[in-house]
Design a protein around this ligand. Structure first.
Ligand SMILES: *Cc1c(COP(=O)(O)O)cnc(C)c1O
Length: 391
């Protein structure tokens, strides 16, 4: 007896679980493992946000079931934030929906928009949730290959007509995970006009919208002319304010798409705890200097790691967004072989690119979620202990 649906049974073994098993075994034998695999900030949530949570916890009314679509104050704070950051006006009642983390909303959007057999256009490589949630909704994934020579932007015109006619949703994600690619507004304008021509809704995942460097400001897809007719944008407090464990995010944009998601969600969950929503509203409404402070730390780490990689012969252009470095593996190795050698010989965890789809083969991802000294240590170990020659 197997207590499992075919859909769940068909999910391939998680590469990260495999890596984790090795990590645990190495820690058991006393090895000091440096984990550059996880995309989870090591920095704490800023204090003013924590204080607000504690204050809201003192009000018993906040312990009741929250509103299905999100607390009014949270939705309004998101709308204000869009007006301030992007000059985009949103109706907090119909064009903003609170989520239990953006992953929850992304996962639920798919069954809210597609029926079995429908196609979802998914960047490859990308965040694995798009593909897995499509599979769980009995949909079909179509890989839009992201090539370095195209700045990791999909070639919309190369998607076959018969795929387009069956497509009910397209994902985009900039600054990108894992590629760290960033785009300008023109990219979103092209995407929106392509989506309108083909009547395919766009879901833009902007988890790293505020994690940017060197004066670069990531655009919102909603700044593109007419975007609200066809697009939604997912946002998250997780990466901007180091709140991954709090589980709070939002989706904004096209009200019909948002309504479909809200209908599905109201039958599956009952929203995030009110004090968390109010603390998140406070984060969005308050002084944003904590964000530039975090970005400065990531930039410092980024520079250290890029110099370190260059010193072992791996060249990468410095990214303008996200806290990842997406680097080519040395010649003669697959992504898995390289990541495995690095882990076994040096105790440093990096993520093989193919963990994000076959389009990630030939690359590895470094997450900058450890202090600079640990990054130096990682590079030193790779220099001294890795038995392969990188040229
Ligand atoms: C971290 C991440 C998310 C998930 O964010 P949550 O709001 O914590 O669920 C979504 N998309 C990408 C690309 C991410 O890296």
């Amino acid at each position: 007896m197997v207590f499992q649906s075919d859909r769940v049974g068909q999910i391939p073994p998680y590469l990260f679980a495999e890596i984790n098993k090795k990590k645990e075994a190495m820690i058991q034998t006393g090895i000091d493992v440096i984990d550059l695999g996880i995309g989870d900030p090591d920095l704490p949530t800023p204090n003013h946000i924590v204080e607000k949570l504690i204050a809201e916890m003192q009000h018993p009314l906040n312990f009741k079931y929250p509103s299905f679509i999100g607390h009014e104050e949270f939705r309004k704070s998101v709308a204000d934030y869009y007006e301030r950051e992007y000059k985009v006006k949103l109706d907090p009642k119909t064009e903003v929906l609170a989520l239990i983390g953006s992953k929850e909303g992304i996962g639920h959007l798919i069954p809210a928009l597609i029926d079995p057999g429908d196609v979802v256009l998914i960047p490859d490589p990308s965040y694995p949730v798009y593909r897995m949630a499509t599979h769980l909704a009995s949909g079909e994934s179509y890989s839009m290959l992201l090539k370095e020579e195209n700045n990791f932007e999909p070639e919309f015109d190369s998607i076959p007509k018969d795929i387009l006619t069956r497509s009910k949703l397209m994902f985009l994600n900039y600054p990108g995970n894992p590629t760290a690619a960033t785009v300008d507004l023109k990219h979103f304008e092209r995407a929106v006009s392509f989506a309108k021509e083909n009547q395919i809704p766009i879901a833009h995942d902007s988890a790293y919208n505020m994690v940017t460097f060197d004066g670069y400001k990531a655009p919102s897809i909603l700044q593109a002319e007419g975007a609200k007719e066809i697009a939604v944008e997912f946002g998250s407090l997780s990466k901007t304010y180091n709140m991954t464990g709090w589980r709070i995010g939002y989706v904004v944009g096209n009200k019909d798409i948002i309504k479909s998601l809200a209908v599905l969600k109201s039958n599956m969950d009952t929203g995030q705890f009110t004090p968390i929503q109010l603390a998140a509203a406070h984060a969005l409404n308050s002084d944003q200097s904590c964000v530039s402070k975090h970005n400065q730390i990531y930039k410092e780490r980024m520079e250290a790691m890029i110099a370190g990689l260059a010193s072992i012969g791996i060249k990468v252009d410095p990214p303008k967004g996200s806290f990842f470095i997406w680097a080519p593996v040395p010649e003669g190795f697959t992504s898995t072989e390289f990541a495995t050698s690095v882990l076994e010989q040096t105790g440093v965890i990096i993520t093989p690119g193919n963990a994000f789809g076959s389009g990630g083969e030939g690359y590895f991802r470094v997450s900058l979620s450890v202090p600079t000294e640990r990054l130096y240590e990682a590079i030193d170990r790779i220099k001294q202990k890795l038995k392969i020659k990188i040229s």
